[in-house]
Design a protein around this ligand. Structure first.
Ligand SMILES: [Zn+2]
Length: 61
């Protein structure tokens, strides 16, 4: 899993690919923003998710 910080709204989103990455907060295409690996990678996800959604998944809710 990777994360990116949106340069437009400053929020962090999570995904497993770099291309076709739209910020779930403001909708900006941030595919070209460099991603960072997430330590302790645990969830294989297929969509671009917001921080709140990731936290919900990790809590198993
Ligand atoms: Zn954004």
């Amino acid at each position: 899993m990777k994360k990116k910080k949106c340069p437009s709204c400053g929020k962090t989103s999570y995904g497993s690919r770099d291309e076709n990455w739209h910020c779930p907060y403001c909708g900006k295409d941030i595919s070209d923003v460099p991603s960072e690996p997430v330590e302790g990678d645990m969830a294989e996800i297929h969509d671009i998710l917001s921080e709140e959604e990731i936290i919900r998944i990790l809590k198993g809710l």
